[in-house]
Design a protein around this ligand. Structure first.
Ligand SMILES: Nc1nc2c(ncn2[C@@H]2O[C@H](COP(=O)(O)OP(=O)(O)OP(=O)(O)O)[C@@H](O)[C@H]2O)c(=O)[nH]1
Ligand SMILES: [Mg+2]
Length: 390
């Protein structure tokens, strides 16, 4: 399992050759740094672990926490569904587009590509080759043409053909960062003009071989257009797989897929449990596997279920309502107000309406090691999790 992570796992085994039932903090630090987990995050994790015999399940809950960002929820019954793919040059955008297209084709969906990386002629050609190989239509123009016009035409064409899925390629770099920001923002605006709500998913492609050094550029893209999720590519070719933890943690974004090869089938839906366990299997004896606090997916309500429920608090709870969450006082209340992003607001609001809760039914609970806060409903189910450092 996780054969694609083998380079990272070998690196770990280089510093921790024998699997053990517990590790010292120094050993754990060495392992995490070797796997390219960013130093600051290693510090945070170590700080929250007490004692000098660190067990697998303790590390497991900390690692899972770094990946616990609200999962992307795709809108239902949207056709065409529009993906916008961004990322620096060479990150793997075009290759990943072919992989995403292949996935949709395998699911019986029709796909159309939009070649909005008009900065280089080779980029248009490369996407064209994939379209040919996958036998799907592509909307392209000449080098230097307006990329948002290409995106517009791609969506219009998909609407006319009744296509299910549109995937739009973009340039990774222009003459200046400012140009790139303007261009990507314009593409987003024009997509929405062509098809209200589009692009439905803005995915940032990150080259996994860059490890943590990719974080700064990733932040820049996130600031430009509010990314929905991340795809980390080339994890098959790097010993820096641990950077996945720091990338997700630094950006507070979910990792949606990972690229594990150059072929259209080499894209895997990211499973944080499998990823963390694959990691831990290289370090620890596996006797405690599965008994960790967060071994099963959280009971976060399925938002699709209730999307039709009219919500009197659709715009999110007021500060006063939030402050009624019990067990929250003083500095903690300030913290919660700062932490509760719009996603958290709407999640709580929906839960509130659907289950006819009162605000007193929610609790803000620090986990045992205080690495994050959990908002729990009265039945104990975890609704939302926020890191203290946010
Ligand atoms: N091993 C491996 N190689 C990959 C993966 N994804 C992409 N590549 C390779 O990385 C190189 C760059 O990929 P592209 O898809 O051209 O990257 P891009 O972001 O579109 O690059 P530009 O168009 O130049 O901005 C190609 O040689 C791909 O085959 C992956 O998951 N694993
Ligand atoms: Mg490309």
């Amino acid at each position: 399992m996780l054969g694609w992570l083998s380079k990272t796992l070998s690196a770990i085994q280089g510093v921790a050759p024998n699997k053990q039932s517990t590790l010292t903090k120094e050993q754990l630090e060495e392992v995490l740094l070797e796997a390219d987990v960013e130093y600051d995050l290693v510090e945070i994790i170590l700080r929250e672990l007490h004692g000098d015999k660190i067990r697998r399940e303790q590390v497991r809950s900390k690692l899972l926490f770094t990946l616990s960002w609200a999962a992307y929820e795709s809108p239902q019954n949207i056709a065409p569904f529009v993906d916008l793919i961004v990322g620096v040059n060479g990150a793997g955008k075009t290759t990943t587009i072919s992989k995403l297209a292949k996935r949709s084709l395998n699911e019986g969906k029709s796909v159309l590509l939009g070649a909005s990386d008009t900065f280089r002629a080779a980029a248009i050609e490369q996407l064209g080759l994939w379209a040919k190989r996958l036998e799907i239509p592509i909307i392209a123009s000449k080098q230097g043409h307006d990329p948002s016009a290409v995106a517009f035409d791609a969506i219009e064409s998909a609407k006319a053909r009744g296509t299910d899925h549109v995937i739009i390629d973009t340039a990774g770099r222009l003459h200046t960062q400012k140009n790139l920001a303007n261009e990507l923002q314009k593409i987003v605006r024009i997509c929405d003009k062509a098809h209200s709500g589009a692009p439905h998913r803005k995915m940032l492609i990150i080259d996994g071989t860059q490890g943590n050094s990719a974080i700064a550029q990733a932040r820049a893209f996130h600031e430009m257009i509010d990314i929905d999720g991340i795809i980390v590519t080339k994890l098959d070719g790097t010993a820096k797989g641990g950077a996945v933890f720091s990338i997700a943690y630094a950006l507070r974004l979910p990792i949606l897929f990972v690229g594990v090869g150059e072929q259209p089938e080499d894209l895997i839906e990211f499973d944080k449990y499998a990823f963390v366990d694959g990691f831990l299997d290289a370090i620890f004896e596996s006797e405690n596997a599965g008994t960790a606090t967060f071994s099963s997916p959280q009971k976060v309500p399925n938002t699709q279920e209730q999307s039709s429920t009219p919500s009197p608090v659709q715009s999110g709870p007021t500060l006063e309502q939030i402050s009624r969450l019990h067990a929250i006082e003083g500095a903690d209340r300030t913290r919660l107000v700062a932490l509760l992003d719009s996603d958290g607001y709407s999640l709580l609001s929906r839960h509130f309406v659907r289950n006819k809760n009162t605000w007193d039914d929610f609790k803000l609970v620090p986990d045992e090691a205080s690495l994050y806060w959990e908002i729990r409903a009265r039945d104990g189910s975890v609704l939302k999790r926020y890191p203290l450092e946010a």
